[in-house]
Design a protein around this ligand. Structure first.
Ligand SMILES: CC(=O)N[C@H]1[C@@H](OP(=O)(O)OP(=O)(O)OC[C@H]2O[C@@H](n3ccc(=O)[nH]c3=O)[C@H](O)[C@@H]2O)O[C@H](CO)[C@@H](O)[C@@H]1O[C@H](C)C(=O)N[C@@H](C)C(=O)N[C@H](CCC(=O)O)C(=O)O
Ligand SMILES: Nc1ncnc2c1ncn2[C@@H]1O[C@H](COP(=O)(O)OP(=O)(O)OP(=O)(O)O)[C@@H](O)[C@H]1O
Ligand SMILES: N[C@H](CCC[C@H](N)C(=O)O)C(=O)O
Ligand SMILES: [Mg+2]
Length: 495
């Protein structure tokens, strides 16, 4: 696309110099590290760095035009001044990648917990129908079978539009996408034309960023207010899928112009579950869809996963998929890596690796395990550095109250001192309770495995699918599943 045509999509701007030699735009980027000849570089003022200070570097690498919101001097390429470069980036990327988001059916999922799980179930439902699918979230970006790495749960808008564009090229028709609260506030999904927006739940997380639960809720509500502002006459109205058992779900009804589809277990919902029986290998329940009852046996364990299944069912139902087709996929779905992932061993001690890194997630994981545990429950847990500190004493208290042997350790300490994080967890524990603590996560896992007896279960919480540990600025290889398997194997040899 020619630069002049692209920037014409910005109504309010000042271009200096006013006339310039037009060129074909090779790349639109906000990151100097990506710039190639013929790029347009968008200068963003971020939390850590300021793109305006890196413009010379971008030009040196071949940027042929700069979009800026602050005065730049001595720049040898045309500069387009706008009020807000983030907004300009959203507008330009949507035109640069043309029709991507309109050409796809996009299901956005937001909420504190369950986004990764729900998006994976939604993906499985549409794959089961023979469609090519896309998935964007915490673990990766997936275009049909191709897996691309990801830095954030919800990528920046340019990466997002680029990814959607590749999906269209590859013949993908439906995309399931996690939409984080931070992304909503930062405008990472501005201009994305969601067809269905799903709300899972809202409990404490990310207060380092949002400061209050009210701000956090407001951030999540943006997905619903962004949905369905314009009614199309094709009959495909936008749908907000809301967990009606969560008071926040009820409140979001007022935030959206879209049609509402409710799901729940406790309250009267359009899509409901009842007669729930949880066992160690799966869950049985009745699914009631507008009064019509189906019986389901799924491989996923836990009440919270029934909510995730209801959310995914409702999302697919909102797109017109038949109940029987959805159920077929749900009963086959094996679960998501690192979410209540069971590791058994000949020693009869089992480990469960779970991505519970919030108080509510940890409570749900422990309550589920307690429901079917026949021996004692161990809980190896830590809290991430440079993230919500208020989670620390709460998660510690939950571990102490809901497991027989809590053991505190490090998650991803990042720039923080790992012992300080553990000390902040200990604030949530009564003084007389002694907790074994290990800064080294491997030692904590080995200790739990050594202590455990046949029939005991060890929950290793917080890192799920992650195959790394971030200590300082370094990302070391570390995988809870690998560690648990190794420790359990050595125990078998010893005992
Ligand atoms: C605090 C925060 O949210 N930061 C996010 C934000 O960064 P930022 O805009 O503040 O960027 P910055 O690092 O200050 O840099 C400013 C500008 O300079 C540019 N730059 C920077 C360095 C350089 O050498 N060259 C260069 O051009 C950058 O590309 C950027 O345009 O925007 C970036 C692009 O969208 C994100 O990658 C980045 O996420 C960081 C890595 C992060 O850790 N974010 C976490 C808190 C986060 O967003 N988490 C959510 C929720 C997870 C969940 O609950 O599932 C997520 O969606 O991942
Ligand atoms: N519906 C739910 N309600 C409460 N807890 C849940 C729910 N679904 C999952 N969990 C818990 O939260 C953990 C993370 O689940 P998942 O990865 O699906 O959530 P997420 O919203 O994608 O998290 P993140 O914000 O880190 O991307 C799980 O390992 C489980 O312990
Ligand atoms: N999406 C979450 C992931 C937390 C995972 C946990 N292992 C940690 O590092 O704190 C976050 O960025 O807060
Ligand atoms: Mg996720």
């Amino acid at each position: 696309m020619q630069a002049s045509k692209l920037i014409n999509n910005l109504k309010f701007k000042k271009v200096i110099p006013e006339s310039f030699e037009d060129f074909s735009v090779s790349l639109l980027t906000q990151d100097t590290r990506e710039v190639i000849g013929g790029s347009i570089f968008v200068a963003i003022k971020g939390a850590k760095a300021d793109g305006h200070k890196m413009v010379q570097e971008a030009v040196k690498k071949g940027a042929a035009m700069i979009i800026a919101q602050e005065k730049l001097t001595e720049i040898s390429v045309p500069v387009v001044y706008v009020q807000n470069t983030k907004k300009a980036m959203a507008i330009l990327s949507s035109f640069f990648y043309e029709t991507s988001s309109q050409a796809l059916r996009i299901i956005g999922v937001t909420g504190t917990n369950g986004k990764t799980t729900v998006t994976h179930i939604v993906e499985a439902i549409f794959r089961n129908l023979g469609e090519k699918t896309g998935l964007i979230g915490t673990m990766y970006r997936k275009i049909d079978d191709e897996i691309l790495k990801t830095k954030n749960t919800t990528p920046d808008i340019i990466t997002l539009q680029r990814t959607l564009n590749k999906m269209v090229e590859k013949g993908v028709s439906t995309v399931a996408m996690e939409v984080s609260s931070i992304a909503l506030i930062q405008g990472r999904v501005w201009g994305i034309d969601f067809d269905v927006a799903v709300f899972t739940n809202l409990t404490q997380d990310h207060l380092d960023y949002h400061k209050t639960m009210a701000n956090y809720e407001h951030a999540k509500s943006l997905l619903f207010s962004q949905l369905g502002n314009k009614y199309t006459h094709s009959g495909d109205s936008k749908v907000a899928v809301l967990n009606i058992d969560d008071p926040v779900g009820e409140r979001f009804e007022a935030d959206t112009a879209a049609e509402i589809l409710t799901y729940g277990i406790k309250k009267e919902a359009m899509i409901k579950a009842g007669n729930i029986e949880i066992h160690s290998e799966g869950t049985d329940f009745d699914l009631i869809v507008f009064g019509e009852k189906f019986h389901l046996s799924v491989k996923m364990v836990g009440l919270f996963n029934v909510y995730n299944i209801l959310a995914a069912f409702a999302a697919a139902y909102a797109c017109g998929v038949e109940s029987e087709d959805i159920i077929g996929a749900l009963e086959k779905f094996p679960g998501v890596k690192g979410r209540l992932q069971l590791i058994t061993s000949a020693s009869k001690v089992s480990a469960i690796v779970d991505y519970s890194h919030t108080p509510d997630g940890l409570l749900n994981a422990l309550e589920t395990i307690n429901d079917f545990a026949k021996g004692k429950v161990f809980c190896v847990v830590g809290c991430g550095g440079d993230r919500d500190k208020l989670k620390r004493p709460k998660m510690a208290k939950i571990a102490v109250e809901h497991s027989d042997y809590p053991i505190f350790t490090s998650d991803n300490p990042r720039s923080e001192n790992p012992q300080t994080i553990i000390d902040e967890m200990l604030v949530g524990v009564p003084e007389q309770v002694e907790i074994p603590t290990f800064v080294n996560r491997r030692e904590a896992i080995n200790f739990a495995v050594a202590m455990a007896k046949p029939k005991d279960i060890i929950l290793i919480a917080g890192k799920g699918h992650e195959d790394y540990q971030i200590i300082g600025d370094t990302k070391h290889h570390f995988d809870d599943v690998e560690e648990a398997k190794k420790a359990l194997y050595l125990k078998e040899q010893r005992d």
